[in-house]
Design a protein around this ligand. Structure first.
Ligand code: UGA
Length: 484
C-alpha cells in the first residue's frame, strides 16, 4: 500500500520504517528541513536500537523516502498523523500540530484516503479532525478517519512494533477496518520477518481490537495512566518498606505473581519520566475534568511522582551531610535505558537540584550526553563512568543501563574519594555492593548507612536490620520466602 507518515519523531519515524519493512511504500514527512536532510543522509535524529539499519535497508530498496508534509499528503492511500502533542501550561495537550496537518491534508489530498490518528490525543479529537478535514477539503478529498493508538516503548520500539500485544483501531465503518487490517496483515498474522531477532521467541498473534474512535482514543490515555499509577503505587510501597523494615523487591514479587496484578511496572525508583507518562497523566486529568469527572486519583499519582526526586535528594543529604561542594557522580541521564531521550527525565531534574545546591556534578550516560548537556549545561559530562567517578564522594545510579551491571567496581573503588553508591533504580543488592567495599543505599530495601544507622523504623520495632531474604527458586507456584 502507498502510505505517508507525517512526523519523523520517536513514534512517526519508527512507524514509517516498520511499515516499509513489512512491504509498504512509505513516505515519511516532517516540517523540520534539518531532520529531513539528516535522514536522507542516513543519520538518525535520535537513538533507537535497530532503527538506522532498517532505514538504510528500506531506503536502498526504494520503499522509504523522506519528504515535506505538502508533498507527502498527495497520491497515497493512507496517511498516519504522528506529530507531537506536547503539554500546554494548563496540562491540556497542544493539538496545533495535529490541526495543521489536518488542514494540509484537506487542502492537498484528492480521492479516497484513510486518515489515521496515531498521535496521543484527547478523546473526541477524531471527531474534530474529521470536521477539520471536511472544512478544508478543496480537491474533493473523501476520507475515513481512524484512531490507531500506538503502544511502542522507546528503547524497544521496533521490537514492540513487530510483536505487539494488541493492535487497536477506532473506526466509523467496516471498510476502514478492512483497510487497516490490510496494512497490519503481516503483523497480525506474524508472517513477516522480524528485524530484531534471528529466531523470534514470541510468535503469538496480537489481539485485533476494533472500537469506535472515542473508545480507541481513551484506551491509549487510560493505558498509560494506569501504568503510571502502578509505578506510583509501588513507589509508595517502597517508602513504606523503608519505614517499617521490609523489602519492596520481595513485596513486588509476591504481588506480581497474582495474574490479576502482574509483575510488570512494579519497579520502584526515582519516578517515571519521558515524554509520555507525565504529559499523558496530566492530559487525562484535564480530559476528565472537562467531562465533569473528578480523576483526583491521577492527581495523586502525579504528586507522588513529583516527590521522588526530593526523597532521593534527602537520602543523598543524609549520607553526605552537606551537599554544597561535594563531588557527585551521576550514572545515567536518559529517562530509561536504550534511549537518548531526556525529556522529563528524573535524572535531569536531579542534576538541576544538585547543581542548585552547590554540588560538583560529573555525569555519564551511554547515549544521552548531548541531549542532557543542552538541558543542563552546568555539569561536567564525561565519556566513561570511570571518568565521572574520579574523586567522587558518592555515585548515584539514575538509569538502569545494562552497561552499569558490568562495571569494574574494583577500579571504581580506587577512583572514588568515598565508596558510596545511592542506587535510584535498585540495580544491585546490598550484599554484592558491600562485598565490593561500597556503602549502598537503594529504594525500598532496608539500607544501613555508612554511619551505621538503619534507614528504617525497623530497629525501633525490634526487627533484624541486616537480614537478607531470598526466594526459593525450587518452589515456583507457592513461592516461599526464606531467611538467607
Ligand atoms: C510508554 C508506554 O509504556 C508505551 O506503551 C507507550 O506507547 C508510550 O509510553 C507512549 O505513550 O508513547 P515509554 O515512555 O517509552 O513508553 O517508557 P516506559 O518503558 O513505559 O517507561 C516510562 C517511565 O516509567 C520510565 O521513566 C521508566 O523508568 C519508569 N518505570 C517503568 C518505572 O519507574 N518503574 C517501572 O516499573 C516501569
Amino acid at each position: 500500500m502507498r502510505i505517508s507518515v507525517i512526523g519523523a519523531g520517536y513514534v512517526g519515524l519508527t512507524t514509517a520504517v516498520c511499515l516499509a519493512e513489512i512491504g509498504h511504500t512509505v513516505c515519511c514527512a516532517d516540517n523540520d528541513e534539518r531532520k529531513l536532510t539528516l535522514l536522507r543522509c542516513g543519520q538518525m535524529p535520535f537513538f533507537e536500537p535497530h532503527l538506522e539499519e532498517i532505514v538504510s535497508r528500506n531506503c536502498s530498496a526504494g520503499r522509504l523516502r523522506f519528504e515535506t508534509t505538502e508533498t507527502a499528503v498527495t497520491g497515497v492511500q493512507a496517511i498516519f498523523i504522528c506529530v507531537g502533542t506536547p503539554p500546554l501550561e494548563n496540562g491540556d495537550a497542544d493539538l496545533s500540530a495535529v490541526a495543521n496537518v489536518a488542514r494540509t491534508i484537506g487542502q492537498r489530498a484528492m480521492g479516497h484516503c484513510l486518515v489515521i490518528e496515531k498521535s496521543t490525543v484527547p478523546v473526541q479529537t477524531g471527531q474534530q479532525l474529521k470536521r477539520q478535514l471536511q472544512l478544508y477539503a478543496s480537491k474533493g478529498l473523501q476520507c475515513d478517519l481512524v484512531s490507531n493508538p500506538e503502544f511502542l516503548r522507546e528503547g524497544s520500539a521496533i521490537e514492540d512494533f513487530f510483536h505487539p500485544d494488541r493492535v487497536v483501531i477506532g473506526v466509523e465503518n467496516e471498510e476502514a477496518a478492512a483497510q487497516m487490517q490490510e496494512i497490519y496483515r503481516p503483523i497480525l498474522e506474524q508472517s513477516c520477518k522480524c528485524p530484531v531477532h534471528t529466531e523470534c521467541a514470541q510468535r503469538r498473534k496480537p489481539a485485533w481490537i476494533v472500537t469506535d474512535t472515542n473508545s480507541s482514543e481513551l484506551i491509549k490515555h487510560a493505558s498509560n495512566s494506569f501504568l503510571a499509577m502502578k509505578i506510583s503505587f509501588i513507589n509508595m510501597v517502597a517508602d513504606l518498606c523503608e519505614a517499617v523494615g521490609a523489602d519492596v523487591t520481595k513485596v513486588a514479587l509476591g504481588m506480581g505473581m497474582d495474574p490479576r496484578i502482574g509483575p510488570a511496572f512494579l519497579n520502584p525508583g526515582i519516578g517515571f519520566g519521558g515524554f509520555c507518562f507525565p504529559k499523558d497523566v496530566q492530559a487525562f486529568v484535564r480530559i476528565a475534568e472537562k467531562a465533569g469527572c473528578d480523576f483526583s486519583l491521577l492527581k495523586e499519582v502525579e504528586r507522588i511522582n513529583k516527590r521522588r526526586i526530593d526523597r532521593f535528594v534527602e537520602k543523598i543529604r543524609r549520607e553526605l551531610w552537606v551537599i554544597r561542594g561535594q563531588k557527585i557522580a551521576v550514572f545515567g541521564l536518559a529517562f530509561k535505558p536504550n534511549t537518548d531521550d531526556v525529556r522529563f527525565a528524573p535524572a535531569i531534574e536531579l542534576l538541576h537540584t544538585l547543581v542548585r545546591e552547590g554540588a560538583m556534578v560529573s555525569a555519564y550516560d551511554p547515549q544521552a550526553t548531548e541531549k542532557a548537556r543542552a538541558a543542563c549545561p552546568d555539569v561536567r559530562y564525561c565519556s566513561s563512568p570511570y571518568e565521572a567517578a574520579q574523586g567522587a564522594d558518592a555515585i548515584l545510579i539514575t538509569t538502569e543501563w545494562e552497561e552499569f551491571s558490568k562495571l569494574d567496581w574494583r577500579e571504581l573503588k580506587k577512583l572514588v574519594a568515598r565508596p558510596l553508591v545511592l542506587d535510584g533504580r535498585n540495580m544491585f543488592s546490598r550484599a554484592e555492593m558491600t562485598a565490593r567495599g561500597f556503602d549502598y543505599i537503594s529504594v525500598g530495601r532496608q539500607s544501613v548507612s555508612s554511619m551505621g544507622q538503619v534507614h528504617s523504623a525497623s530497629l525501633e520495632h525490634g526487627a533484624l536490620p541486616d537480614v537478607e531474604l531470598t526466594l526459593s527458586s525450587k518452589l515456583p507456584r507457592a513461592a516461599k520466602i526464606e531467611r538467607g
